[in-house]
Design a protein around this ligand. Structure first.
Ligand code: 48F
Length: 257
């Protein structure tokens, strides 16, 4: 056994995957629940999907449950998505299910990977490619470069569709709006900011506001609240799963054109 054989196996396979991601059908920025659901559903239909996640572990806000208590809640309307990804649940009250957050995070991650989604962790999206009024890709860097503010130039990836699934941060749309003189597809043309907690309305709005916010770039999950002025909902996750499902349906149409 030579150590460089191990190194060769890692470098070669990583580079193959990275090459494959250069021109994706869909790039999803952020590996939280909404992004992972969309990624898995698209990949199972044959769409070439890349997920870029800046943390070590994808899963976003799932892992911590509610204030560190490890269960999250999913309402009946979204249970079909748990079943689709083979995630166990326990009905604790009529129409409300408790889901082990570790099972949900790991189930959605593995569900995406085994359907062929190319997930890169430790990669941050720091800017966008925009050509003729349309987002055509992302500008990426290694997260340690960003954390240390090293003067290291980024690389780029292209896609037919880019998704802001970055949660409360709405990092992609915030960057788009900050660096470019653009009018977003929102009532004011700008981001509206997230409002305080109101679970029922938040869950409805997160699905309603899953849409194309600027040519070539869509929002899903909690970033819809920051962009469209939705409410916070706390550790109920049905809206996230349904937002991912809605997004997958929309992008399937885009990718089949
Ligand atoms: O926040 P997050 O879990 O996204 P989500 O799908 O789900 C929200 C819920 O977890 C929770 C909630 C549910 O009721 O309110 O908050 O909207 O995951 C977003 C992921 O995006 C990553 C971040 O590390 C997290 O894992 N992320 C954020 N900015 C970037 C990024 C970036 N610039 N580049 C890459 N990844």
């Amino acid at each position: 056994m030579r150590e460089i054989d191990i190194t060769r196996g890692i470098i070669g396979n990583h580079i193959d995957d990275f090459y494959n991601a250069l021109e994706s059908d869909v790039i999803i920025v952020g590996g939280g629940p909404s992004g992972l659901v969309a990624a898995g559903l698209l990949a199972e239909k044959g769409v070439n999907v890349t997920v870029l996640e800046k943390r070590l572990a994808p899963g976003g806000g799932i892992w911590g449950g509610g204030m560190g208590y490890k269960y999250v809640i999913v309402q009946e309307e979204a249970v079909h998505m748990l079943d689709h990804f083979s995630i166990p649940k326990r009905e604790y009250e009529k129409k409300f299910y408790a889901v082990d957050s570790i099972a949900l995070a790991s189930g959605l991650i593995f569900g995406a990977v085994k359907r062929g989604v190319n997930i890169f962790n430790l990669v941050t999206v720091e800017d966008l490619l925009i050509r003729e009024g349309r987002v055509t890709g992302v500008v990426i860097n290694n997260v340690f470069v960003q954390m240390n503010q090293f003067p290291v130039d980024p690389l780029t990836l292209e896609a037919k569709a880019v998704v802001d699934a970055t949660g409360h941060d709405h990092d992609v749309i915030a960057t788009l709006a900050r660096k470019n003189d653009v009018k977003l597809n929102t009532p004011t043309g700008k981001t509206l900011g997230e409002r305080s907690m109101f679970a029922k309305s938040a869950e409805e709005l997160v699905v309603e506001n899953t849409k194309e916010v600027y040519p070539g770039v869509w929002v899903c999950g909690m970033s819809t609240a920051s962009v469209y002025g939705g409410y916070r909902m706390g550790p109920i996750f049905g809206g996230m799963l349904l937002s991912g499902e809605k997004l997958a349906g929309m992008l399937l149409d885009v990718c089949s054109k």
